[in-house]
Design a protein around this ligand. Structure first.
Ligand code: FE2
Length: 285
């Protein structure tokens, strides 16, 4: 067994997105443009009841998958596939934008709190213009393994005999939300072929002697396992892994394609009202 160490620590950058929402971004910043197959990681967080959260009104996506995970508050959403709903705290949304989706995402506070993540996962070139798809998972559909000062929620991948509901055949994504009490250690086997990262969003944790403070991401080095230990105040983090696609990545805002020409096509299609080419069927669980 080779334990993965921290290859690069990346502190989050506060950026303004949508209609003036401040998000903590790690993947998709000058320090870490992308992390194949991951294109972006945003942590949105507000604990101020007086915050006005303007949200993300209608905007397009093409060429990848967005995975949204709500921790606190909830998110009203609506898309060009005809999906419309309210993603509750603890629930997750998997949206394959592929050939094109236009949607709105409007986070809402509950008791003054609103927290969550959005991760962008790339699609292989051959899938970028395929039919969009949508899956939504209620909080109850996300399995949880708890005990010994540890609580693990499984959005994707396996842990403690449970399997998360999100499955991505191209990258075999694993996505765990792990909460550890002070001093508690956590270890997990990882696909040696996968890119993997940890993002700490409560307390702090150590990976092979490197301390990861709150709001920092660690790109993990080579190996087939990871070991983390929560520091004195405990820790909560997401652990995400997926196989790199190894293809060219050309990004322009919400369009991520394989060539400049495909980006120009996406911009023309959006301008001409032809971005949405297919209204896929709704799938919920
Ligand atoms: Fe979006």
């Amino acid at each position: 067994m080779t334990t993965r160490s921290v290859q690069r620590p990346i502190p989050a950058l506060a950026v303004s997105e949508g209609a003036g929402v401040t998000v903590h971004r790690t993947i998709g910043t000058p320090a870490l443009k992308n992390l194949d197959p991951f294109l972006m990681l945003d942590h949105f967080s507000s604990d101020d009841p007086t915050d006005y959260i303007a949200g993300f009104p209608d905007h397009p996506h093409r060429g990848f998958v967005t995975v949204t995970y709500m921790l606190d508050g909830h998110m009203l959403h609506q898309d060009s596939m005809g999906n419309r709903g309210d993603l509750r705290a603890g629930g997750a949304q998997w949206m394959k934008a592929a050939s094109g989706v236009i949607h709105s995402e409007m986070p809402q506070q509950s008791n003054g709190l609103m927290r969550g993540f959005q991760l962008w996962v790339n699609l292989p070139a051959a899938e970028k213009m395929s039919e969009p798809g949508y899956q939504e998972f209620s909080p109850e559909a996300i399995p949880e393994v708890a005990g010994n000062g540890m609580q693990v929620r499984l959005l994707a991948g396996e842990y403690g005999g449970q399997t998360g509901p999100i499955a991505d055949p191209h990258t075999r994504v694993q996505y765990l939300d792990v909460r550890l009490a002070a001093g508690i250690g956590f270890d997990h086997a990882l696909d040696p072929a996968a890119t993997a990262f940890v993002y700490v969003f409560e307390g702090s944790a150590s990976v092979a002697g490197t301390v990861l403070p709150r709001h920092s991401l660690a790109v993990l080095g080579a190996g087939d396992a990871v070991e983390l230990t929560a520091d004195a105040e405990g820790a909560r983090f997401i652990l995400v892994a997926g196989r790199p696609l190894g293809e060219p990545i050309v990004q322009y805002g919400p369009f991520v394609m394989s060539s400049r020409q495909e980006i120009e096509q996406a911009m023309r299609d959006y301008r001409d009202g032809r971005l949405v080419q297919s209204k896929a069927s709704v799938m919920r669980s």
